[in-house]
Design a binder for this molecule. Structure first.
Ligand code: PEP
Ligand code: MG
Length: 342
């Protein structure tokens, strides 16, 4: 068995020397982060902070959106900040020396607020992500402070935390610009209070068609883009990512309207064109823009080849998919090279 493991490691090592794409993982807990690292991930490309509030803690998200006064809201934020701090310390420590992209709160509210259906008929297109950040005063600043404080705790313990902060569900620079300023201010306050400093890149997800089409404007306020192909597929096709599979989509496949679910395949003609457009526009506005993909499509072989060809910098997939993604990225690099031979 150890010979087999050594052989697999040798193949993966060879793949790592060939590939250009960096492979990160989607992970929200220290256990997943450690697993991802053991599988060869060189960072976490998506740490979904709403996952810190699943189960018994979900009432906190409900309390936050229901809070009517600033003291009520701040009391909830204080509890949430403590939870962030505890969990992020563990994740940053597990990934010491490697980047961890902390995605600010993006909870589809029907999953967290019991009576939410009375207020939004389509919560997946409702007050999520950046929309919460803009309408719940102090939310993203509190999350940014928790990131900075967790990073300082890890540093005090001798670790090398490399956090990044990512804003979800953005469609216009008018969302991104003020929140970036709010986050930068919060980070600067924490570091000043401790007499420390740390570079924390701030980026945006590209997961709505409008964001892709106006990526040049967004790139002026973002250090990196991460493509959320789950939502980008949902909104490009106008198909609910939660419902499509169980409603008409099987019929569509049977009738040959689509070959397979656009959520399980990579739609180069539609979603892929939006990704390519966003990459072109983003780089035109900012040459050193870093780009990644963190939707499920990051682990589809045909999509990996496209992302390589399009010049994406990294893919972020589930920890268990990391070894296969390393191989796929090498295959994409080889394929690309042989195609460009005379
Ligand atoms: C996405 O939309 O592709 C994404 C990665 O974010 P989430 O799945 O959390 O909406
Ligand atoms: Mg998303």
């Amino acid at each position: 068995r150890s010979e087999l493991v050594a052989a697999v490691d040798a193949v993966l090592g060879h793949a790592d020397r060939l590939r250009r794409l960096e492979i990160r993982a989607n992970a929200d807990t220290a256990a997943d982060a450690a697993r991802a690292r053991a599988f060869g991930a060189t960072g976490i490309g998506l740490c979904r902070t709403e996952h810190l509030f699943l189960g018994a803690r979900s009432s906190l998200v409900a309390d936050l959106v229901r809070a009517r006064t600033a003291p009520e809201r701040n009391a909830v934020l204080a509890v949430m900040t403590r939870i962030h701090h505890g969990e992020l310390v563990e994740v940053f420590a597990a990934m010491s020396g490697l980047p961890v992209t902390v995605r600010l709160l993006d909870p589809p509210l029907h999953e967290f607020v019991p009576d939410h259906a009375e207020r939004e008929t389509n919560p997946m297109l409702g007050r999520r992500g950046v929309r919460l950040g803009l309408t719940v005063a102090g939310l993203f600043a509190a999350q940014a402070r928790a990131v900075a404080e967790a990073a300082l705790t890890v540093r005090e313990r001798g670790g090398d935390p490399r956090p990044e902060i990512m804003i979800p569900f953005v469609s216009t620079e008018r969302e991104l610009r003020p929140l970036r300023t709010e986050i930068e201010t919060a980070l600067a306050e924490v570091f000043a209070a401790h007499g420390e400093s740390m570079e924390i890149p701030i980026g945006t997800m590209i997961e709505l068609p409008r964001a892709a089409l106006t990526a040049d404007a967004l790139a002026r306020h973002a250090d990196f883009f991460s493509f959320g192909t789950n939502d980008l597929t949902q909104t490009t096709w106008g198909m609910s990512r939660d419902d499509a599979e169980s409603t008409f989509l099987r019929d569509y496949v049977d009738r040959g309207v689509v070959e397979d679910s656009p959520f399980g395949t990579y739609d180069q003609a539609g979603v892929g064109q939006l990704v390519a457009t966003a990459l072109r526009r983003g780089h035109a506005a900012r040459a050193d823009l870093v780009t990644g993909v963190c939707g499920e499509h990051a682990q589809l072989p045909e999509a990996v080849a496209r992302f390589h060809d399009d010049g994406v910098d990294y893919l972020s997939c589930s920890p268990f998919a990391v070894p296969a993604a390393r191989l796929e990225a090498a295959r994409a690099a080889l394929h690309h090279r042989t195609r460009s031979l005379p």
